[in-house]
Each structure stands twice: as structure tokens, then as C-alpha cells.
Design a protein around this ligand. Structure first.
Ligand SMILES: CC(C)(COP(=O)(O)OP(=O)(O)OC[C@H]1O[C@@H](n2cnc3c(N)ncnc32)[C@H](O)[C@@H]1OP(=O)(O)O)[C@@H](O)C(=O)NCCC(=O)NCCS
Length: 163
């Protein structure tokens, strides 16, 4: 099985990162419904989608990021693009923005991807061009812009990290 489907435990200087479980659903729901988190992701999800996600989430490939193993500050998720690239996405709770947690977590998760997912030459991330916090994060991770395109009626940019 592709190992990105089953995230491992990762420890960084300040964070413990582990596979997401159903116990994380209440915090995941906050990230799906919070207008600040969803600002560049099409807004809060609908009641119908919330119900569906409650039945099906967490999907595979999700990492829960905690401080001291207890407080959940956000999530990093691996998926695959249509072109077959490993794709990293991330969602952190607004009260934990501005501490460098996303940077620390994404750097560790990228390192884990390169080390553990055979054949990974690059890992991509896609974000709205207007999502400046997200772009600052991608640049801080030393990722480089490799594409720009329109999707969901908004300009999107793709960044890539290379091993
Ligand atoms: C994108 C997102 C994860 C960025 O969160 P963030 O907390 O700003 O990201 P970082 O971890 O890079 O933190 C950087 C900030 O922490 C500050 N910081 C404080 N202590 C720090 C430390 N020890 N180390 C590094 N940075 C630190 C930095 O100065 C920077 O501040 P600034 O935003 O004022 O410039 C967050 O905005 C989010 O979850 N958005 C919603 C989801 C989303 O849009 N995802 C994109 C599509 S996948």
C-alpha cells in the first residue's frame, strides 16, 4: 500500500504529528465551518456536505498536528493530483496562526513524504493566488511556483518541493 495513506508519528521541536482519527472530528468540523479558514476554499461547507463528511472522515493520508500531544492546532493532508504528484494541503485553526506551527509541521510532513513514499521526486501544493498567508508558508518551505491556472472561478497557483 502507498505509505502516504497511513501517516506515521512525527515529532518536531514543538509538535507531535500523528495519523488523524475519528476523535479529531470536532476539530476537523471547525476547520470546515470557520469562515476564516474557508476564506480561500469556497467558504464554509454546506450542511449536506457536513453530514456526508461526518460519515466518511477522516479520509486516508491525514496528519493531525498537536502541541504537546494534546492541543490540536491543525491538519496536514496528502492526496494525489490527476497527474500523479503527491499533493500536500493544510488547514490550521485561526487561534494558532502566526506561531510558525504550519511551517514546522509542513516541513516535517514533506520530509516524511520524500523519505517514505517511494519514487517521490516532487511534492506539490495548490492554493488560491489571493491566499497570501498560504503563499508565505509555501515560500518559507522553499517551495517554488511551477504553475498557475483558473479553478473554482479563482486564480490558483501550484508550488513544488523537490527532493
Ligand atoms: C495557510 C495557513 C496554514 C498559514 O498559517 P500560519 O500560521 O500563518 O503559517 P506559519 O506556520 O507559516 O506561520 C507563520 C507566521 O508565524 C510567525 N511565527 C511566530 N513564531 C514563529 C516561529 N517560532 N517560527 C516560525 N514562524 C513563527 C511568523 O513570523 C509568521 O507570522 P506572519 O504571518 O505575521 O508573517 C493558515 O492560514 C490556514 O490554515 N489557512 C486556512 C487553510 C488554507 O487556506 N489552506 C490553503 C490551501 S491547502
Amino acid at each position: 500500500m502507498d505509505p502516504w495513506l497511513d501517516p506515521a508519528e512525527i515529532t518536531t521541536e514543538r509538535l507531535s504529528i500523528r495519523a488523524t482519527t475519528r476523535d479529531d472530528l470536532p476539530v476537523m468540523e471547525r476547520t470546515w465551518l470557520d469562515p476564516k479558514v474557508r476564506r480561500y476554499l469556497g467558504g464554509p461547507i454546506s450542511a449536506e456536505m457536513l453530514e456526508r463528511r461526518r460519515q466518511t472522515q477522516p479520509g486516508r493520508g491525514m496528519f493531525t498536528v498537536t502541541v504537546d500531544g494534546a492541543t490540536v492546532v491543525g491538519f496536514c493532508t496528502y492526496g494525489r493530483t490527476e497527474q500523479g504528484d503527491l499533493e500536500l494541503s493544510y488547514s490550521f485553526l485561526p487561534e494558532h496562526w502566526g506561531h510558525g506551527y504550519a511551517r514546522e509541521a509542513c516541513a516535517a510532513v514533506l520530509g516524511w513524504g520524500f523519505a517514505n513514499v517511494a519514487g517521490t521526486e516532487r511534492i506539490v501544493a495548490i492554493t488560491q493566488a489571493a491566499n497570501l498567508r498560504s503563499i508565505r508558508l509555501l515560500k518559507a518551505l522553499n517551495m517554488v511556483k511551477v504553475d498557475e491556472f483558473m479553478q473554482f472561478d479563482a486564480p490558483q497557483v501550484m508550488y513544488a518541493a523537490y527532493c
